[in-house]
Design a protein around this ligand. Structure first.
Ligand SMILES: C[S@@+](CC[C@H](N)C(=O)[O-])C[C@H]1O[C@@H](n2cnc3c(N)ncnc32)[C@H](O)[C@@H]1O
Length: 262
């Protein structure tokens, strides 16, 4: 997909006036945060299991590749925006060593609580700290972090660009940005297969494991309204990131973007 079609897709994710995109629906912008909170509160306890079933386990590999692309160093301070149940925080925590720190920033307490036993099992509780807050207004000073990452989170924001602007603000000059997000497979036959997976298999997993979830189609719908990789690169460059590159994973089901604050 390219040109006007891609542009239309990109624009569809952007908030229009006081409206926001929620899956394929448009909702009042001030309603979206509560809808997103309800979605994650209802799935927090089974989020990891659902992830593994829905991605058939591949998400672990995607995360390892994404962390490797960040080029983290020992002692780095890393911000994990929309950090949820801490899968990326744990991987980063192992690389940065005992002198490094990960700050996991998420507005949903249930998701953060669900991840804490995993962090303890990985013996990383002293390296990972938690802050509950909105990624669109990060309550931390500017220029503090060596790296900022967001995994499968940015598309949930009412204004994703605002989240990237905030990540840019809290990075030190030269700091690294990483965004791991679902996207659209590149080959037509794979896209058809992925549609079946998204709209038949994924809702089935959610119905079975996340029985009280308010929406079974929010996840696949929100993926399909998110900007394509080139569009997202352009957005990141517009915000002030440089050396922006991306890598498609599993035929483009997921994409890792990395960039650097000038
Ligand atoms: C799909 S989960 C991803 C969790 C984790 N990063 C991962 O890789 O598994 C999305 C997370 O984003 C969080 N989130 C959504 N909107 C947010 C916002 N405006 N501010 C902070 N966190 C938000 C949710 O609470 C949820 O934990």
């Amino acid at each position: 997909m390219s040109g006007p079609e891609a542009k239309e897709k990109h624009d569809s994710q952007m908030p229009r006036g006081s409206q926001a995109v929620f899956g394929y629906s448009t909702v009042a912008a001030d309603e979206k945060p509560q809808l997103v909170q309800d979605h994650f509160s209802s799935s927090a306890r089974r989020y990891d299991l659902m992830n593994t079933f829905m991605s058939l386990g591949v998400h672990h590999r995607w995360r390892r590749i994404a962390i490797k692309m960040m080029g983290l160093k020992e002692g780095d301070h890393v911000l994990d925006v929309c950090g949820g149940t801490a899968d990326l925080a744990i991987l980063a925590g192992k690389v940065i060593g005992p002198k490094g720190r990960v700050t996991l920033y998420d507005f949903n307490r249930d998701m953060m609580e669900a991840g804490k036993p995993k962090v303890a099992r990985a013996s990383l509780s002293d390296r990972i700290r938690y802050i509950q807050g909105d990624a669109q207004e990060i309550s931390l000073p500017s220029g503090r972090f060596d790296a900022a990452m967001v995994g499968f989170g940015i598309r949930n924001l009412t204004d994703p660009n605002r989240g990237f602007v905030e990540m840019h603000r809290v990075l030190k000059p030269g700091g690294t940005l990483m965004c791991l997000e679902f996207s659209t497979p590149t080959s037509a036959w794979f896209r058809k297969l992925y549609d079946l997976h998204s709209f038949l298999y994924m809702p089935l997993v959610m119905r079975t494991l996340g029985r009280s979830m308010p929406s079974y189609t929010y996840l696949p719908e929100s993926i399909r309204t998110f900007p394509l990789p080139d569009e997202l690169s352009a957005t990141l460059e517009g915000i002030g990131f440089t050396d922006v590159t991306y890598k498609r994973l599993t035929n483009g089901i997921s994409v890792v973007h990395v960039g650097r604050k000038k």
